[in-house]
Design a protein around this ligand. Structure first.
Ligand SMILES: Cc1ncc(COP(=O)(O)O)c(C=O)c1O
Length: 285
């Protein structure tokens, strides 16, 4: 198995052992990031590392590595990975003080740092041709979904409900608004506008979401509205798709028991997913 970066050292995965008092283990007191590379080229690394810095700042954990050190670690993981399409996982927790206490350890202890690599599997031909099903679920998450916290229990439960219903993703609905997926952002074509939830505390600012939104604005011919998607309007959508770093633009052709639009892949997804693939192929740092 490929070595992982663990607290400043490169070790076999089974040697990356945390203390039973690690606050990530005890409290979910930590944050994470997922950075993709395609054909061994990082995609959106700066934006992902900016989000990691912000998540750490928001929960008062000092960033354990400089930007250059993070990039060194990430580049090594990408080049050592047997697969050419790679997902880099980074997790930083508040470390392992001697005693369990809700308040931050004082003085602080060194954070626990893990970075590892795994293969990204492309979307199946079946999903690219026919789309996939999503379900809607009540959003049980906290009020700071903009922080990429390792506290993912509501997301896990939602995704499991989706799997049990034969769906690929769960759409979180809070106070009548369809916000985002368990691990993806939501886009819907309604009355020829492309809608996605505005940034704020109730969604994670997805790097794919932001990149796609910029691309659509640059292209200029599809009106993009960063505005809330009312739950009932979701069923008037002619197209729905969900975005994330490892699943790109995931076309949704069925929500609960209702077809989305005609129930087939639509022209907006087809155009944007092709354009996004091109964007990914462009060289960037
Ligand atoms: C809740 C949530 N929203 C959106 C996303 C998509 O973010 P990104 O495009 O940066 O992968 C994720 C990714 O894990 C997520 O967990």
């Amino acid at each position: 198995m490929q070595a992982v970066y663990f607290n400043g050292r490169w070790v076999a995965p089974e040697q990356a052992r945390i203390s039973a008092f690690d606050r990530g283990f005890l409290f979910g007191d930590g944050v994470y990031e997922v950075i993709p590379a395609f054909k061994r080229r990082l995609f959106g690394a700066e934006a992902h590392l900016n989000r990691l810095t912000r998540s750490l700042e928001q929960i008062d954990i000092q960033d354990p590595l400089t930007r250059v050190q993070w990039l060194d670690v990430i580049n090594r993981l990408v080049s050592d990975c047997p697969s050419v399409d790679v997902s880099i996982y980074i997790q930083v927790t508040r470390g392992a003080p001697a005693k369990r206490d809700h308040a931050y350890p004082d003085p602080p202890v060194p954070p626990t740092v893990l970075a590892s690599a795994s293969a990204i599997s492309p979307l199946s031909a079946k999903i690219r041709t026919h789309g996939a099903k999503a379900i809607t679920v009540p959003d049980l998450r906290w009020g700071r979904c903009d922080i990429k916290s390792v506290n993912l229990l509501p997301n896990i439960m939602a995704r499991q409900q989706a799997v049990a219903a034969g769906a690929v993703e769960a759409i979180m609905v809070r106070e009548g608004i369809a916000l985002e997926g368990a691990a993806s952002n939501l886009f819907a074509v309604i009355d020829d506008d492309l809608l996605t939830a505005p940034l704020g505390p109730h969604i994670l600012g997805g790097v794919t979401r932001n990149r796609l939104a910029d691309m659509v604005k640059d292209q200029g011919h599809i009106p993009l509205l960063e505005s809330p998607i009312p739950f009932d309007r979701l069923f008037d959508a002619t197209e729905v798709f969900m975005t994330s770093s490892t699943r790109d633009l995931l076309p949704i052709t069925r929500i609960n028991e209702h077809p989305v639009g005609t129930g087939r892949i639509g022209p907006v997804w087809t155009e944007l997913s092709q354009a996004f693939t091109k964007l990914k192929q462009q060289r960037e740092t």
